[in-house]
Design a protein around this ligand. Sequence first.
Ligand SMILES: O=c1ccn([C@H]2C[C@H](O)[C@@H](COP(=O)(O)OP(=O)(O)OP(=O)(O)O)O2)c(=O)[nH]1
Length: 183
Amino acid sequence: MTDPHSGPDDGAWAVSFRRLDPSVPVPTRAHAGDAGVDLTATEDVVIDPGARVLVGTGIAVALPVGTVGLIHPRSGLAARTGLSVVNTPGTIDAGYRGEIKVCLINHDRSTPIELRRGDRVAQLVVQRVELPRFVEVDTLDETTRGHGGYGSSGGHAALGDAPTVQRTSTPGDGPAASASEKE
Ligand SMILES: O=c1ccn([C@H]2C[C@H](O)[C@@H](COP(=O)(O)OP(=O)(O)OP(=O)(O)O)O2)c(=O)[nH]1
């Protein structure tokens, strides 16, 4: 019977990887169909509250051009301990052949996080990515959103009812208007 969750690309292509540290586990999905493969820490480390640390995974990959690897935090560790990735999602470029490292941060305000070698600390999601040319123009097409952003559509009690000020500025005008600035 056909798996209702299978897609047209299931099993269609592979990502070559090397274990730079021979005893780290092979990147695997916890469940078939999971978006990410888990990455493990290659060292024991204690992350103090608010501190960050760059941790090796012992894994290097050769992603096909037209794809990107994204390093995401793991939700269970985030919710239970405050562990996250500073630059989430981290970007693994197709041409990168070095060790994948994760820049971890402890968002908890009081409790250090103790990680052991082999702990699954982050996940790698591989996605297709567009590689467009960038073309400089004099004017951009008009849209209903225009310059509106940073909460301009409302819908959040903390932002209040007043629309945010959208100050138009030209290069050299100085810092842009604060996103929280109200009329
Ligand atoms: O979480 C991450 C993010 C990046 N990298 C590696 C792969 C990536 O291809 C390379 C460069 O990342 P990025 O482009 O984000 O860093 P940069 O600060 O812009 O450095 P560079 O000037 O080398 O591009 O570093 C990691 O191992 N882990």
